[in-house]
Design a protein around this ligand. Structure first.
Ligand code: HAM
Length: 422
């Protein structure tokens, strides 16, 4: 017996009905990115492993246990990208983009890879769309990106997505906060899970992120980063909040949200959805400011801020609402007289060339079976080419969803279809 193959665990095939939802998402997202002046970049799916170690952080789950890393034939350690902020920053530096423009706004859409425990909305190959803005340290840039995220969610008609906001401080105030946090956590060391006990010395912020209930109990009493911000960080956060208020962007403060990646400074935020379709995987997006990353990766000291949204999760929400791209053809051409096959084929080709979505049954067959297929296609109209139509050069556009039949000359079907759209 021959071997049967299936897709790699955690990696999904997307078949046509689902892809229609993806098209709708991508189309609306691109529209939104362009409206805000963001341009698309496409970077490779593979990067050097050290790029992620140095940016996302060695102590994070992503780098510590979720990367698909391997040696290539020359012995270099490469990784499938688990996220795209680091690759985008790498490209920004490599192409010296800062020399050409003071502010750069990029977006991307593509697959990412994390070896995670799977559940609904959490996969090993998943898609992100993200936006990154380089060159501005101003709170207005953070606010613009958050506005972009909120507007995208609105244009998708998704309700019930909420925004959580925090500030993680910077190199001035964070060390003192980390010291206070470490002291507190050390005092509760025995109540922490083994992994957090190990993390304590190296990266205590990660403990705030731990989902283990006993760690969460400890975290509930931990000092809050928002209480420890230095004056410039406090001013930045205050100005951001005023800007969000000015555009009536609703948000809640979550002083315990630290995000799962190490590169953030100051602003951090997440878009969360409580929807049955997502199970407990509630974050549909997240991001923040990372003013030191470009410099740490060997580039100029350019501040930056960005976010990424999980497209698989957004699609689950859209599917729950029954939203997808319209894909039905405008017209189905059926042939009742074998002599009309070639003429029908030419008509279909010409109508498609002039911009109409037209379908036909390439197998020919009985008129009954063709009409069945026409109904199934969801086409708005059917046109039957029989002996009479071919002889007279006239036919009928029959609305398949009911309604008046429209008489047309066979050489002006395109015009009739256009008129019917109005
Ligand atoms: P992240 O929070 O790791 O941030 O991922 C962003 C979003 O990607 C999540 O909110 C979630 O919707 C989606 N996502 C993450 N992992 C999975 C998964 N295994 N399956 C399905 N969806 C998933 C980042 O990646 C940062 N690079 C965001 C950023 C951009 N920060 C600044 N700029």
């Amino acid at each position: 017996m021959s071997q049967r193959f299936s897709a790699v665990k955690g990696m999904n095939d997307l078949l046509p009905p689902e892809v229609r939802t993806w098209h709708l998402l991508e189309a609306r997202a691109r529209e939104g990115f362009h409206r805000f002046g963001y341009e698309e970049i496409r970077t490779p799916i593979l990067e050097e492993t050290t790029l992620f170690v140095r940016s996302v952080g060695e102590e994070t789950d992503i780098v510590g246990k979720e990367m698909y890393s391997f040696e290539d034939r020359a012995g270099r350690s490469l990784s499938l990208r688990p996220e795209n902020t680091a690759p985008a920053a790498r490209a920004y530096i490599e192409h010296a983009v800062h020399v050409r423009e003071p502010v750069t706004r990029w977006y991307y859409v593509g697959p990412m890879f994390r070896y995670e425990r799977m559940k609904t909305g959490r996969y090993r190959q998943f898609w992100q769309m993200g936006a990154e803005a380089y060159g501005s340290a101003e709170p207005a840039q953070d606010a613009e990106l958050i506005d972009l995220g909120l507007q995208l969610i609105d244009t998708l008609g998704l309700q019930g997505v909420r925004l959580e906001l925090n500030s993680l401080g910077d190199e001035t105030c964070r060390p003192a906060y980390l010291a206070a946090l470490s002291d507190y956590l050390r005092a509760h060391q025995s109540e922490l899970c083994p992994e957090c006990q190990a993390r304590l010395g190296r990266n205590p912020l990660r403990v705030l992120d731990c989902k283990n209930p006993s760690c969460q109990t400890v975290v509930a009493g931990a000092p809050l980063v928002l209480d420890a911000l230095c004056e410039p960080c406090r001013t930045h956060f205050g100005a951001l909040r005023r800007k969000l208020d000015a555009i009536h962007a609703p948000y809640t403060l979550n002083p315990r949200m630290v995000r799962g990646l190490d590169y953030y400074t100051r602003t951090a935020f997440e878009f969360l959805a409580d929807a049955p379709a997502l199970g407990t995987a509630t974050a549909v997006g997240g991001g923040g400011r990372y003013d030191r990353l470009v410099g740490e990766l060997g580039g100029p000291p350019v501040p930056a801020v960005g976010w990424a949204m999980g497209m698989d999760r957004l699609c689950l929400l859209l599917a729950e609402k029954g939203l997808q791209e319209e894909s039905a053809p405008e017209l189905f051409v059926a042939v009742a007289d074998a002599a009309g096959q070639d003429q029908a084929f030419r008509m279909v080709s010409e109508l498609r060339r002039s911009g109409h979505a037209v379908d036909f049954d390439p197998r020919g067959g009985s008129l009954k079976s063709q009409m069945k297929r026409a109904d199934k296609s969801g086409a708005r109209f059917a046109l039957v080419l029989g002996e009479r139509e071919l002889a007279s050069g006239e036919g009928e556009l029959k609305p398949l969803g009911g309604g008046e039949t429209v008489r047309v000359r066979l050489d002006s079907v395109a015009a009739a279809l256009l008129a019917s759209r109005r």
